[in-house]
Design a protein around this ligand. Structure first.
Ligand SMILES: C[S@@+](CC[C@H](N)C(=O)[O-])C[C@H]1O[C@@H](n2cnc3c(N)ncnc32)[C@H](O)[C@@H]1O
Length: 274
């Protein structure tokens, strides 16, 4: 199997325990720290574990390089881990103040601060609308541009404060429970990490790698990702390549959400290669 987003190795640990010594897990992640953590966690599994620092958009090359033509299972648990959200070096946090970076793969050049300080107002507004689905995108972009004329926006705390100011209505209480800058942060993270392009590449490669009756399972955390997965599975089903296993996405039970609030937006979709 390929765990395309090895993270802490939590999923691979579970799958690995059911695989005997003939089983192979190829684990990918763009974050070196994730690879190191997973290495420790998975070291006692009976199956073979191959961990590679790579974007899952290159899944076919990485798997073929290992002399493996086809796999039984591809798993992708998209987005970031809680540890990455808390990591000062990642610069992803809305709540803790840290350098505004957002690159999960540090080999990339452009940071969120580069975009926020250099992009023109219209580009910023479009980005926040398209990837953050925030209807107040123009106002947010205007506030960002005004603020960066005073001083560059280099920290997550500064950005969160500017967006909060843009969205505050004096005398009115906020209806939403999420932080006002959540959507803007989501938009920048998607742009910096090219998340949708990478997901499209992964979905496009999967039919080539999966054995007949092999399965792909994708856990997504926002509607832009989920729509891509849903459409891809549907198109492949129409072409006779897949049979959709989950007519509706599997979502967490209320008890799971209570135990882990970050699971609240998770959607799992599975398809089987025909
Ligand atoms: C939600 S975590 C996965 C957690 C994992 N399933 C576990 O059980 O510990 C997502 C992981 O995917 C990685 N990631 C995000 N985009 C990636 C990409 N395009 N290619 C490879 N890894 C990626 C992140 O660095 C992060 O470690």
């Amino acid at each position: 199997m390929v765990d395309a987003t090895i993270g802490h190795g939590g999923h691979s640990d579970l799958f690995g325990r059911t695989l005997g010594p003939k089983g192979v897990i190829v684990g990918l992640d763009v974050d070196n720290n994730a690879i190191r953590r997973a290495q420790l966690r998975l070291k006692d599994l009976a199956c073979k574990v191959i961990l590679i620092r790579s974007n899952f958009s290159d899944i076919v090359e990485r798997v073929h390089e290992q002399g493996i033509d086809e796999v039984d299972f591809i798993l992708a648990d998209l987005g970031v881990c809680s540890a990455q959200l808390a990591d000062v070096g990642m610069g992803l946090s809305l709540k803790a103040d840290m350098p505004l970076d957002m690159r999960i793969d540090k080999r990339k050049e452009t940071t969120a601060a580069d975009i926020v300080n250099r992009a023109d107002e219209r580009f910023l507004a479009d980005l926040i609308y398209k990837f953050g689905q925030d209807r107040a995108s123009r106002r947010i972009a205007r506030f960002i541009v005004r603020q960066r004329e005073i001083e560059p926006i280099t920290r997550t705390g500064q950005l969160a404060a500017v967006v909060s100011r843009a969205l505050s209505r004096p005398g009115r209480k906020r209806k939403s429970r999420i932080h006002p800058a959540t959507r803007t942060f989501q938009a920048l993270r998607i742009a910096v990490n090219e998340e949708l392009e990478n997901l499209k590449a992964l979905l496009g490669s999967a039919p080539e790698l999966l054995k007949k009756t092999g399965r792909i399972a994708v856990i997504s955390f926002h509607s832009l990702e989920d729509r891509l997965v849903k459409t891809d599975f549907k198109c492949n089903q129409e072409e006779g390549l897949y049979k959709i296993v989950t007519k509706k996405p599997i979502v967490p039970a209320r008890s799971e959400i209570t135990a882990n609030r970050r699971a609240r937006s998770a959607k799992l979709r599975i398809a089987e290669r025909q």
